[in-house]
Ligand binder design. Structure first.
Ligand code: N01
Length: 510
């Protein structure tokens, strides 16, 4: 590590979570930090997902940093370009841009037990950091489907998160695989332009009306001029979304109104009985992310669009072959099959005290953390949007900011007490996760559907199974007693909790 750049905090990723961490920690006085991002700009998911129709399905007043509300949102659900501009604007105003190195990929991050530091190897050199913050994102590693022959397709193939804008679609035969949140935004946006569109549906999703509207200039100026108005609107949006949690986690009966709304929209928008039968969801609403669209069903009802529900058998050089033996010709294959979430390649690159990668640990023990943020055996590491923090119903930025409260308080606590390291106790983490699993057992996410919330054992380690304000409460303060820690010699932390000296490690509290 001779050539390594020494830094206090190393942050991986400059999306909403990494940028938020850099801003928050700088404000707390932890400004010796470096952020690296493999992309060329901030924004993460919102930089990468440029597919036609990309937009947020959480209202924009709610889907913003609490410290950077934007009175100028053009509409209730902003398009990708506006969210990307928003995050770029926040980054520019925050003063942390000069701490971010773009086009830099983390190759590995290994905890050096002897030095109690993180050794981070990147495509642009090595770093030696006290604290590692993984803000690499969750919906960022495109998942290509394992379909025989797909690599031999003679036309163009790309994933929604890597949209190839150089490929013309006008008048051509396009196939879209998948009917999740990305596909339902893409399909209506391209249906009128393409010659023919085949939509390959494995599972019919629940689709509710999208109550979107343009914000007139008067309303936007009121948000600027009337103190508290925007926060009030944001608060109402937050509360109304939180009501869904009752149905998702406690009483299925509470889902009845939205179930009825979904059925009514299908009945109203799809007159063709055969098509309606194909599009009728056969699983409990909420088990997969509930989709919002007013244009999905009308797009699928168009004369130039076919919904194909026969399973895909293979991809031939000039089209898609379904299990019934039919070959459906295509010029372009759009893959809308989601992301690696519980099996993200990012997990392979982080190694803790025993040299085990997070991927190996989570493969054997399940994807678990404490309060979604710290992992036993990975001292001084904080994971943003870690296990059991994912949401379908509300803003991930709320969860990220909750985690940042926890991280900031951890850093303050370490500073005040002279602690070199904190490492969550395995027993505490286990007990926490046992409780989480018990809390998830009756939720809608484990009600029998397949989704990215689940791992291959059928657990739902990616999703937060409760009201988001209970996560906010849990993460309000850093609970030092849950942690093993080492302290600087003579630091207050070394004397007030009965520490023992350990050669080469300062001292360790058990
Ligand atoms: O991915 P998904 P996504 N053959 O995993 C199908 C967020 N997001 O990119 O349901 C055929 O939801 C799969 O079928 P099935 C949001 O959190 C947010 O759409 O598993 N089909 C499914 O239909 C979302 O949840 C916004 O049977 C295959 C689809 O592909 C998350 O990103 C917008 C297949 C994958 O759906 C992921 O959404 C967009 C195969 N081999 C995304 N493999 C906002 O608005 C998979 N499928 C904020």
């Amino acid at each position: 590590m001779d050539q390594a750049t020494v830094v206090d905090v190393f942050i991986v990723g400059a999306g909403f979570s990494g940028l938020g961490a850099a801003i928050r920690l700088t404000r707390e006085g932890f400004d010796d930090l470096v952020v690296v991002d493999r992309g060329r700009d901030v924004g993460g998911t919102w930089r990468d997902n440029t597919y036609p129709g990309a937009a947020c399905d959480v209202p924009s007043h709610l889907y913003s940093y609490s410290f950077a509300l934007n009175p100028d949102w053009s509409r209730a659900f902003s398009p990708q370009s506006e969210i990307f501009e928003y995050i770029r604007g926040v980054a520019a105003e925050s003063g942390v841009l000069d701490k971010i190195r773009f086009g830099v990929e983390v190759l590995s991050a290994e905890y050096d037990e002897g030095r109690e530091r993180w050794a981070v190897h990147t495509s642009d050199g090595d770093f030696d950091a006290r604290v590692l913050i993984s803000a690499a994102g969750v919906l960022c590693e495109p998942k290509m489907p394992e379909i025989e022959g797909i690599s031999d397709f003679s036309g163009d193939v790309f994933h929604t998160a890597r949209w190839d804008h150089s490929i013309p679609l006008a008048g051509r035969r396009v196939a879209v695989i998948g009917t999740g949140a990305s596909a339902i935004q893409v399909v209506p946006s391209i249906a009128s332009e393409v010659g023919h569109l085949d939509v390959y549906q494995r599972t019919a999703p629940w689709v509710l009306p999208r109550i979107d509207r343009h914000y007139p200039r008067l309303e936007r100026s009121l948000y600027k001029k009337v103190p508290g108005l925007q926060r009030l609107v944001r608060g109402l949006q937050y509360v109304s979304r939180e009501f869904q949690v009752v149905g998702l986690t406690r009483t299925r009966a509470a889902l009845a109104p939205i179930r009825a709304l979904g059925r009514a929209q299908l009945l109203r928008q799809v007159r063709d009985r055969d098509l309606r039968r194909k599009l009728t969801p056969r699983f409990e609403i909420g088990c997969k992310r509930i989709l919002l669209s007013n244009t999905w069903y009308p797009a699928l009802s168009r004369a130039n669009v076919d919904v194909i529900t026969d399973p895909i058998a293979r991809v031939a050089s000039e089209g898609v072959v379904t299990a019934d033996g039919l070959e459906h010709p295509a010029d372009v294959l759009v893959v809308a099959t989601g992301f690696h979430v519980t099996d993200s390649p990012a997990f392979e690159r982080i190694r803790g005290v025993d040299g085990r990668s997070l991927a190996e640990k989570w493969e054997s023990d399940g994807m678990e953390a404490y309060k979604g943020t710290t992992v036993a055996g990975y001292p001084n590491m904080f994971v943003l949007i870690g296990p059991a923090t994912g949401l379908g119903h509300s803003s991930m930025i709320y969860m990220i900011e909750s985690q940042l409260n926890y991280v900031a308080d951890a850093m303050r606590t370490m500073r005040e007490r002279g602690l070199r390291t904190v490492d969550v106790r395995e027993s505490v983490q286990d007990a926490y996760n046992e409780e989480l699993r018990a809390g998830t057992a009756d939720t809608v996410w484990v009600a029998g559907c397949q989704s990215w919330y689940l791992d291959d054992k059928g657990n739902a380690p990616a999703v937060w199974p409760d009201f988001t304000f209970s996560f906010r409460n849990q993460t309000r303060e850093f609970d030092l007693s849950a942690y093993r820690r080492t302290a600087e010699e003579d630091a207050p932390g070394a004397t007030d909790r009965g520490t023992v000296a350990v050669a080469g490690h300062g001292s360790v509290t058990r």
